[in-house]
Design a protein around this ligand. Structure first.
Ligand code: ADP
Ligand code: ZN
Ligand code: ZN
Length: 749
């Protein structure tokens, strides 16, 4: 993002005693609301307050104070301060203001991103039961306390201390049956890093960094205290995480806080486990939307008060106040999950860069497959490019990659034998089973099969509400829409011709699972997709089974491709990749390349050599050529050339007006009007290009027809000015039957 933060505003001069607070509320209107401050209340800019609006209670943020309101004083309601100690600091208020402006969202909605879930009571996390062991720091601390208290210590405390100080593992049975007081000690000691999962203790040492890691750490440490973005590019397993941990250790030792952003909730436990092993005693806070409100508030407070030294979270964590922030790390920076797809459509990586600049701290964007945006900035010198070319563990080598024709794998539907898996891949899986190594089969489609067709006529199961096919799922057997959630029973006969012969076409994770289970009845097979990991902790449990060698074959969607470390996986099979090769979306190739490089990186991370087999009918596609050479750079440069020629990001900025309506005429009328309004706007040097309305890729979703207008400019500021002028003209079109949104830097077009 090239827009620099605004100059620091002059120290605000507040009236002697403000009596009115202007409050931003999480409602979709671009205005603030005034409330009366009682003489007994101390309200500051950034104060978190509870107010009522139209009879409903909301948590809001005070964005301004004054002595008068345009509203009749008698009609003003008063407010309640919910968190007196913690007004949101200046940098967070500036960050949400920027997000509101840049992403064309009401300030109140942007503010709500920074507001913690204050309606809950802060509650320390209930960690999933794992055997726990005392760390050295924990022993020191507890022994010191014992020396101090001796026999006066509480019996519950004492009993627990006796177990841990002798080096005994606190097993899960003990954890479940101990007293409530002891459960609380366990939680507190865990949060403090005194107890860690016993699994991890054996590796609790820092390996000596290799040359490239050392160089990266040195460069980043030299930049501490000022703004400098880094792109840390290193293939999976090259030791980037080890770089982060070394930096964190040194920064934390000097009293600084480190913010680490990860794209996926599921990646946080693994990362946390590594922090606990490498950095026992470091206080961590975890922030993501999967936590119960009370837990999130607990973590948020510890981050905000400066107690938590390392703050780990998904995109929303970018809004966490951190008084001692010294470094920001965005791992897997290329991941599309950093972009929020509803409400305020912010990109957490881009906001993180903005925040790093505003706070004058360095930021590290790490990836094996950098986004083209970051790659471009690294090439042009705006970001400092750090590379790790070698694999960390000396024996680990890059996997051997082969392509095998996908069409050979397509079975006619009466022959269930191959189920979409090519012969070469079957053999490879068999060989792994014989050697007791793990295989990972990657297919980016959940469910049994992506379509159900009639064998006699042209009927195919379609979603009644969307322009897509229904996906067949088993357990229970249902047809499901992956876009609107529609579910229906599988018809017994073709609704169109009455034929009884309905056939699933194509393959999803469930179908592969079934086929593999039939062929290899003794193999232990696990499936990882959104369906199998819906319950909290389900992913963690599967993950533990995998690392503990309780699984032989893993089938999964892209959830598996992201940064997970499975050392015993020596074979990766990729199915269905061709679907994305020739997509209408200009980012599809970039995403596929990133995904394939990531999946390929899953193989051979330890001393065992890895093999990757990709099923494709387009072996000459440049993407595969660079994949075989493990040359992401070559691919990125080629794509950047294409983007430059087509003036696509990062060589221009895009925004999208997406609209949907039940009625096609209403939709078209709205977009026609919006388009006309856009053409009327001041557009110096024609810096902004407005394209005519076109249907969206998914033309109908959940009963709504969808279309869009693309806006493009080579000048980000010009685009911003343009959107800011355009937005209010859309508001007054009064298109009540139309739902619309402006998406700045959209990821999907
Ligand atoms: P990345 O984050 O780039 O995928 P990791 O930091 O997870 O890589 O490192 C991959 C593996 O190599 C891990 O098991 C890690 O402990 C190990 N490792 C990393 N750096 C070193 C090093 N300098 N010496 C030995 N092992 C290392
Ligand atoms: Zn039919
Ligand atoms: Zn649907």
């Amino acid at each position: 993002m090239s827009t620099p933060p605004p100059a620091v505003p002059p120290p605000s001069v507040w009236p002697e005693t403000p009596t009115i607070a202007h409050v931003a509320l999480p409602v979709a209107v671009s205005q603030t609301f005034d409330y009366r401050i009682l003489p007994t209340q101390t309200v500051l800019p950034g104060s978190l307050v509870q107010v009522s609006l139209a009879g409903r209670k909301h948590i809001g943020i005070v964005v301004g104070l004054s002595t008068h309101s345009e509203i009749d004083a008698a009609r003003l309601l008063s407010l309640e301060i919910v968190h007196p100690q913690l007004p949101l600091p200046d940098d967070i208020r500036r960050l949400v203001t920027f997000a509101s402006d840049y992403y064309q969202s009401p300030l109140g909605m942007a503010c709500s991103l920074a507001a913690p879930p204050l309606s809950a009571q802060p509650t320390p996390p209930k960690a999933a039961a794992e055997p726990l062991l005392l760390t050295d720091i924990g022993r020191e601390q507890l022994n010191a306390r014992f020396t101090q208290l001796g026999k006066r210590s509480a019996p519950a405390w004492h009993a627990l201390w006796e177990i841990v100080q002798t080096g005994n593992v606190i097993d899960t049975a003990w954890q479940q049956t101990c007293s409530a007081a002891q459960k609380k000690y366990l939680r507190d000691w865990r949060a403090a890093g005194w107890l860690v999962p016993a699994d991890h203790v054996a590796t609790a040492t820092f390996p000596p960094l290799h040359t490239e890691q050392r160089a990266a750490v040195d460069a980043i440490e030299a930049a501490l205290g000022g703004f400098q973005p880094f792109l840390l590019q290193g293939i999976t397993g090259s030791g980037k995480t080890e770089v982060y941990l070394t930096l964190a250790r040194n920064i934390v030792a000097q009293g600084g806080q480190v913010l680490v952003l990860l794209p996926e909730i599921h990646l946080t436990p693994q990362f946390l486990a590594r922090i606990h092993t490498r950095l026992p005693g470091v206080n961590t806070a975890l922030l993501h939307s999967g936590l119960p409100d009370g837990e999130r508030l607990y973590h948020w407070q510890r981050a905000t008060e400066g107690q938590a030294q390392l703050v780990l979270g998904t995109r929303l964590a970018v809004f966490t106040p951190l008084p001692n922030l010294a470094l920001i790390i965005v791992d897997e920076e290329h991941d599309p999950s950093f972009k929020q797809q509803d409400n305020v459509r912010y990109h957490a990586r881009d906001l993180a860069v903005w925040r790093a600049r505003a706070r004058q701290v360095p930021i590290v964007l790490g990836s094996a497959t950098p986004s083209l945006e970051s790659y471009h900035h690294a090439q042009s010198g705006r970001y400092q490019h750090l590379r790790i070319q070698q694999r960390a563990e000396s024996q680990a080598t890059l996997p051997q990659l082969t392509l095998t024709p996908a069409s050979h794998a397509v079975t006619n539907n009466t022959d269930d034998e191959h189920h979409g898996i090519a012969p070469a891949l079957w053999e490879a899986i068999e060989a792994r089973l014989a050697r007791h190594e793990q295989s990972l089969i990657f297919i980016n489609r959940r469910g049994f099969s992506p379509s159900l067709k009639c064998n006699a006529c042209t009927w195919e199961a379609q979603c009644p509400h969307c322009a897509v096919r229904l996906v067949l799922h088993t357990k229970p057997m249902r047809l499901r829409c992956h876009h609107c959630g529609h579910v229906e029973r599988v018809p017994e006969r073709c609704p169109s011709c009455g034929n009884l012969d309905l056939l699933p076409r194509g393959h999803g994770t469930q179908r592969l699972e079934a086929a593999l289970a039939r062929t290899f009845p003794d193999a232990r097979i696990a499936r990882i997709d959104r369906d199998s990991t819906r319950r909290r902790h389900a992913f963690g449990a599967l993950h533990r089974q995998i690392t503990h060698q309780k699984i032989d074959i893993l089938i999964g969607t892209q959830m598996l491709a992201k940064g997970h470390d499975f050392p015993r996986v020596t074979l990766v099979g990729v199915l269905g990749a061709d679907n994305a090769l020739y997509s209408a979306d200009f980012r599809a190739a970039e995403r596929l390349a990133a995904l394939l490089h990531q999946v390929a990186g899953r193989a051979g991370r330890s001393a065992l050599a890895g093999e990757v087999i990709v099923q494709t009918d387009f072996p000459n596609h440049p993407l595969y050529e660079t994949l075989i050479r493990h040359d992401y750079d070559g691919f990125a440069r080629a794509l950047l050339d294409e983007r430059r020629a087509a003036r696509l990001p990062p060589f221009s900025t895009l925004a999208l007006l997406s609209a949907e309506a039940r009625d096609d005429n209403t939709l078209n009328a709205f977009l026609r009007d919006a388009h006309q309004q856009a053409l009327k706007l001041d557009n110096p040097d024609n810096a902004v290009r407005v394209y005519p309305p076109v249907p969206a890729t998914l033309v109908r979703r959940a009963g709504y027809n969808r279309a869009q207008i693309v806006i493009q400019s080579h000048d980000r500021r010009a685009l911003q000015r343009f959107l800011t002028a355009w937005h209010p003209t859309l508001d007054i079109l009064q298109a009540r039957q139309v739902r619309w949104v402006i998406d700045v830097d959209p990821l999907q077009i």
